[in-house]
Design a protein around this ligand. Sequence first.
Ligand code: FES
Length: 161
Amino acid sequence: MLAEKYGDRIEAAFAKYPDKRSAVMPLLYIAQEEYGWVSPEAIEEVAGLCEMDPTQVKSIAGFYTMYSEKPKGKYWLHVCTDLPCALKGADEFYQELKDYLGVDEGGTTEDGMFTVEHVMCLAACDKAPMLQCNFHYVENLDMEKIKQKIDEWRAAAKKDE
Ligand code: FES
């Protein structure tokens, strides 16, 4: 349950706003971090915490692309393939990454570790190829560097088990 595990973070989010419902987006992030996606149960839980109707919470989760209403891998990789990055090899990098992980666009590796999607500009065009891993930027990539990062992320996931 989010309230037990993330009580401090939830209270800190509530403290920033005049009412609980205004903290719905930070709480959706916490739910996604915990469950890997914004499941129907997570929506109910966030709605309860924010004293909102679950339908309202679902409409917010559905509107913003940074929330996923489908299960994702532990690491959600957003590769920018927009034009400035494409000019620096992002399309080729993205294809090689998918091949390396054995997934198609939007796919998740068999071990449930990585989901890979391409996205529009992330405002780091000068550091292409680049991606976000769970919304943290990883820049100036090539296949050698991303393979190293993938090994690090897998090792970190094992530690969490
Ligand atoms: S085009 Fe890729 S970060 Fe801007």
